[in-house]
Design a binder for this molecule. Structure first.
Ligand SMILES: [Fe+2]
Length: 129
């Protein structure tokens, strides 16, 4: 199978704020303008194209990222540095905690527009290491 997700649009309250927030938090290169979008590419060549919602109501989406243990430390460190709220679960009932699913670490937090982001060090369904 050769089908790969290539890009997706991330509706944002302010695309500049949202793209920068994402790139900085994840330690990724500066957002790249392309047409009306500001693109930030992640490691598997998927680009998140941040776009101003221009007053339209933003439907909350969920974006989950598989990261290394070292990247988790860096990103989670920035989450705490910035005083962002974070949760161990997608229902946001376990605030200030992370989860240990599949023998890894996972945490949920919000992007600059309220989308629910997640970082995990082990994919869902992984067997324990
Ligand atoms: Fe998820």
């Amino acid at each position: 199978m050769t089908i790969k997700l290539n890009h997706t649009i991330v509706h944002s309250l302010d695309q500049h704020v949202a793209a920068r927030f994402f790139a900085e938090l994840f330690g990724l290169p500066e957002p790249v303008p392309f047409g009306p979008f500001l693109g930030v590419q992640v490691g598997n060549e998927v680009t998140l194209d941040f776009l101003d919602a221009e007053g339209m109501e933003i439907q909350m989406q969920h974006y989950a990222f598989l990261v290394s243990e070292a990247e988790f430390d860096q990103i989670f460190g920035r989450i705490k540095e910035r005083g962002l709220k974070y949760w161990a679960d997608p229902g946001r009932t376990r605030e200030g905690a992370i989860n240990r699913h599949y023998g890894g670490r996972g945490v949920y937090f919000e992007d600059a527009s309220g989308h629910l982001l997640e970082i995990i060090t082990r994919p869902y369904g992984s067997s324990m290491p």
